[in-house]
Design a protein. Sequence first.
Lengths: 756, 572
Amino acid sequence: MRTPSAAQVRSRILELCLARRTRQALDALLEWNISADESPGDWEVLARACLRQGDAETAALACTILMKAEHLHGDLAITHANRLVKQGMAGAAIRLLTAQFGDRPTNNAAKQALVRAWIEENPRVALDLFDAADDEPDLALLRVDTLRALDRLDEASSLIERLANRFPEDLRVLTRQARIEERTRNWAKAIGHWTRIMQDHPGQSTLARMKVMQLQARFELFEDAASSAAGLMWPKTADESVDLLTRIEVLQTALQSRAVRDLIIAAAAPAERGRHTPETWAQIMTMLLDSGHIGLAAWLTTQGLVFNAAAIELMQQARPLLGLSDLDLRNPAKAARITSPHVLLPALSDMARTQDNKAAADGKILLVNATLAAGGAERQFVLLVKSLLGAGLDPDRLIVALFSSADELGHGHFRVALEDLGVTIVNLQSQNASAPDLPPDYRRLLALMPRRLRADLLPLLGLCLKERPSVIHGWQDRSSIAAGLAGIMAGTPRIILTARNMQPNRRLLADGESYRGIYRMLCKAASVQMAANSEAGVRDYQAWLDLPEGTLSVLHNAIDTKAFPLLRTEPAGRGERPVRIVGVFRLAANKRPELWMRTVARLRARGRIKVQPKIVGSGPFLSEIEALKGELGLHDLVVAGNLSSAGAIYGDADILLLMSRVEGTPNVVIEAQCCGLAVAACDVGGVKEALMPGNLILPVDADPETAATLIEDWISGLDWSQQEANVLAVRNKYDVTKLADETLKLYRIDHAQVLV
Amino acid sequence: MPAPDPSRVVSLLSEPEDRMTAVICDDLISAEPGLCILLEDDAANGTEDRFFTSQTAFLSRAFDPPATGRVQILLRRQDALMQKEEWERGLQLLAAVLQASPEVPVELLALTEQAAQTFATRLRRPVAVLPSKGAPVADARRTVRVNEREGTICSDTAAIDIDAWNWSRLRRTVRFDLSSVQSDDLYDCCQRCNETGATTGAIGENAFLIVVPNGVGLGHLTRMLAIADELSMQAGSRIEFWCYSQGAAIIQAAGYFVHVRHTPKHLGCRVEDWHCWEVSDLVQTLRRLKPKAVVVDGSIIDMTLIEAVRDPLCAAPDIMWVRRGMWNPLANPLPLGGAQYATAVVVPGDLAQEWDTGPTAQVDPRTQGLSITRTTPPITFAIGNEALGKAEARRALRLGRFSRRKTCLVSLGGDAFDLLGGLPRQIAEAAARAKVRLIWVRSPLARVPSPHLVQDDLRSIYPLGRFLQAFDGAISAVGYNSFHELVLRTEFPLLFVPMAHQRLDNQSERARFAFENGWADWLSPEARLQTKPVLDRFFDAVNAGAVFTHRPRIENGAAEAARFLLSPSGGE
């Protein structure tokens, strides 16, 4: 075929573009071998026509060809760079923009595009691009995004507040406000912002409703979350139907994993699958792999619905581990029962059996906890470190690894206290996750693990392989699981897993079931010892894991007696002074704040005892508590928020009342007794073991009237001198040196070795 | 005849592998005989009624606008595979959806009264019990226990996988011991099955689908034709064949509708691809035919059949496994475990069965699931194939009306010439010495005729029993059909030549049994090097016109087999 002249090419391309036949124009340029080197104008005409007409795909192809020929300029380059960033190719966008506009573009649009790219690639560089005078709203919003990417949430928050004052109706501002409040756990405010978006910006109502629903679920406001979800279901018309990914998200938020499975299987039916784009299927595949649903992912590959080569290869590698024949894999329901990490446990179990001792001679001990947030278990973790050092261990032998210690996320509450102890602290998030040089078997196992577990395990395994500790000790479930697996894979000779509560399913932990299989596998390994912090916890975990009696040990809590001195010296209820009842708990469903308040209200209504109530704590139920105060007539109830010193918490109290649905060994019960308070608490978890004589155990299912009657009778007959004796007993039972002794025994380190 | 217009169309939406889907379908159809149930979404047009078999099934599909027809949701209590929190939150979400769309009329149902009350209290809405109607039938069901943890159903002697059977079939056969059930939903399912199994009964029609495998010879096909003839004669049953045998034309010639099928080996395709197509085609046939039972003859029950009969709209046919005895002692006994999928195992009697020393002689009851076993007299092909008189038979076989020489039948099976080495030649030489004419039977399935044969003396005869009177003696392999047809229908001399290669057929013992009883001579494998005296003795007897009058005469077992298939519990 004769190649047309340049003029003919130009007029043909213009003609096709005007007729909105851009794809045909592209084909024509390719067929005629019109190179972008020689005729960039033709390609540019095409690219611009595509962008005008909304044919983003052809525009991207034309721009890519122009870019390769180094003829992509101006606004076209910026548009293409923005698209590259969206496609996860920030590096290419940066190269394109800097080649065109330099490292610090003066062109506003180019600068914005470059900032967007650097936010993805390295937000610190993005932050350097801003000038003090950058006051233009788009740039200001990008600065907010940069600060968010750097976890500098306080600065991001104040900047967005200033923008909100200037542009109160701007959707972009509202969205960022909501997202920042989410990150900083100001969930009530976040819900408020999203609700406003839902009401005022119909185009974003689905996203906003989803967000509201997710936040309500995190608040444990499940009925509200269900109502929000219902707003996305049974639409009036097909046009209002939400897309497949949103459907999945709605059902996942409502914990409907089986309905999610059914939804995916139904969407993959031959008559339905064409309604969803390859990108959607790619996202579903990622979601399935991230959540450990590898059987269903493997089934999708057999249906030809996965186009991602890496995912297909991963599934091919996984097939021998799935234990499914090709015939079995035809059945999606059967395939869906194959989940990770369960399916990987036999391979990990083999590893545990055959792994050699790979500890270094310096006898390091690696302690692992998720965060240093302001919680009882975290405080106990710091006490553990303190107790080990007190027993004579050199600080150089202790390494503390944390999944996060970011202050902005509230994860650094005890960091200073820990730093003061002089031990090495490693933030696993900042470890280079790809660093460990792992054998292929390990890499394959890790690739098939659920994302959250993989994210925990990979840096921890890297640390283990680098430090080669003699002991790895996981604290609480998440850390224990990661520590156990890392220890097995790294050949650590002693692996300690310590639970600090009742078994996960009682606490409705999302990962509970996957933990069960891993714990069972780990507990069969000779190097592993598991412990809980109460007899009740030991029994509960053993029953849950189907393990014989005596498998788990008890590792009691400890109390820092200096921090919790005797505060209450006078008997309560003398003369006109009311009995001061304090509740110290997070304002969440598990702690049953409503039951607590109704019980106190009934106690007051019965009239025999004057009571003065106070709650110390914060949490999602704050507004409900405030509302209930009025209904119950508890107008004098003080909700004090989070207090840190013993004096502030227990100083003006006589009795601690705790009515939780689930507890392990509650620190507040130990602390309150240590400060001389009498304690009434529901019979859950290790509460009974922690209570000294003369205190009150309430039935866990007691209604307010029953509980109030029992409390009234108990207070009337309280022997306050017994409480003083209890102070000594509590201090003795939860002595810090005992914690060190028990822990070292678990490590199999005797006192002579401590000083080595 | 075109199907009548349904009174109502319902799109039934359930979770994959919900074992109650078949039960619900059959209950709905029993209660409303004109009902048309659609199972797949793509078959629906959006205007029909919708029935969700669980709240989970509803939630996964509740993102599209509600149907314009009636919406029914069967509420299910928590099962063993679902966490309590997931179940609670699901119910909460359902309640919120119903509350948010008060204009959509939704009927809530439950499997049992107890479940209905539970849900009514939880949701503060009326909840009815799923209706069921049907003529009461005798409740002779056995009691079984459910081991939910192991996923099994256990009788006193055996255990089967909890989902091995279509539960609509299961409930006709067993009653559940409710004290053995742990999860709430399974309790409801079992209670529902207990309450309705004896009243709903089978909704299948007087029809049978007969599966003929691709066996070595025509044994399977012959037995199945015999049984099919009896079913037609005794009850006027509608019969269709699902046939992998190359003898499909024989069935068609007998007047039956045949689905000619191919194995993956024949097609040269991947087994898993074939499996999908096969299940799909089989399901379509079962849905249309709605047979009372699928009768399968062979040494295994293929997974395609097991999977297909789980289909909720196939009227839950029984699987009746016709499985003969006399397997070789070295045969793998594992395939006998296929009985766990069968309602009954019909064992066609074998004259030599007391000499059965293989796995079929001592079947482990633990591998037999819930099936019952019925042994019938030997089954041979008879109806409409009455034996011809000598002259008629000779004419039919083009043997000439009279002959001075005696005529001997030689039937050694499909590929005997390849397998027997020099024996055909030795037979031919011995016959020549005795001046006996040999008529070689070529199996309709045999591919390569032997070069040793004179084409004039080669016949393709089926069914053999019809033409036996044309002969004065027979040399035959000892497969089930040949053996029984010859022993039960002739008096002339017989020489049995067992084919030792048959993994699942102990021909040697059959032949030896006949020899020990004086019914026939036999050429034992040990005598193969010394065949001359045996062959000469046999041909002498043929020439002498020896008569064997003491061979057994027994009623054809096909009649009893058919009676049993028509009423499996009738004779119990």
